[in-house]
Write a protein that binds this ligand. Structure first.
Ligand SMILES: C[S@@+](CC[C@H](N)C(=O)[O-])C[C@H]1O[C@@H](n2cnc3c(N)ncnc32)[C@H](O)[C@@H]1O
Length: 263
């Protein structure tokens, strides 16, 4: 793969950050994530992914959200063994390899150039489909060829914070209308970090989990997790102290929501 495939500093290039974290964590004998596929890809991809090492706090945040979203996906599949999972901004995400139950349906959506890269490491099948479209091209929902009243879990990991609030609202509007019974997991940053030049620039955030319900009348918060509360022992002393501030404790939150038609 050529390093030029993804523009430097672009949102697309951010896909190497979670890949690097999962590969590094897997290689650590004390690591809490076992992800041989991430190690395999990181060794094959012709990019020095160590330059996407965001340091301790990014690392701990990504393993926390990986664990929470893996648990969420497993719970969904236990309740809905033939359920559909839609992975928005899939990048080189490896979750399917960790949670596949053999009877699910799975859709990976990302920009065409990223899906091309994904195809080098993952294959489509009867149950796994790629959607090479922007999430803003709402025609993508027609590519999810299921009865949309069936159980659907949408995952948007490490993507929404890069968009502006109006753009995030548009995404939720499309999801709400297309998948009325869906539940969804995604991560959000605290508003304090908007425009602070962390990673690729963050453009949207919320202060506390419940605020997500103000974004769209159909959203109901089911549960939220603050990164500051997760894997505390692995956080630096500085962050453990700074977690007394809500903006730092909620620097990244993982939200579980569903859609409600009756507000
Ligand atoms: C930080 S990466 C996260 C990748 C993956 N979810 C993971 O956790 O490993 C952000 C992803 O969002 C994708 N992305 C950015 N803008 C997008 C858009 N408009 N439509 C679809 N995907 C987009 C990028 O290409 C990239 O793969």
């Amino acid at each position: 793969m050529s390093e030029n495939l993804l523009e430097k500093g672009s949102v697309n290039e951010t896909l190497f950050i979670p890949l690097h974290v999962k590969a590094k964590e897997t290689k650590d004998p004390k690591g809490v994530i076992r992800d041989p596929k991430a190690v395999e890809i990181s060794e094959k991809v012709n990019v020095d992914i160590s330059r996407f090492d965001g340091g301790n706090i990014t690392h701990v945040g990504i393993i926390a959200r990986t664990e929470v979203m893996d648990q969420g996906a497993r719970k969904f599949l236990k309740e809905n063994p033939k359920g559909t999972i839609i992975n928005l901004g899939a990048g080189l995400d490896t979750r399917l390899t960790r949670v596949d139950n053999g009877s699910l349906k799975w859709f990976d959506l990302d920009m065409p150039e990223v899906i091309e890269l994904r195809k080098k490491f993952f294959s489509e099948s009867d149950s796994v489909k790629f959607i090479p479209k922007s999430v803003f091209d709402s025609s993508w929902v027609n590519d999810v060829d299921i009865d949309t009243t069936e159980p659907v879990l949408i995952i948007a990991e490490g993507i929404l914070m890069y968009f502006k609030e109006e753009e995030v609202k548009k995404i939720f509007n499309v999801l709400y209308n297309a998948f009325p019974n869906a539940e969804m997991y995604f991560d959000v940053v605290h508003t304090y970090f908007i425009g602070k030049g962390v990673s690729a620039n963050f453009n949207w955030g919320i202060d506390k989990g419940k605020d997500i319900e103000n974004l769209h009348p159909g959203i109901r918060l089911v549960e939220s997790w603050s990164t500051g509360d997760l894997h505390k022992k692995r956080q630096t002393l500085f962050f453990r102290v700074m977690n007394i501030f809500t903006s730092i404790r909620n620097r990244s939150q993982i939200l579980h929501i569903n859609f409600c038609k009756s507000k």
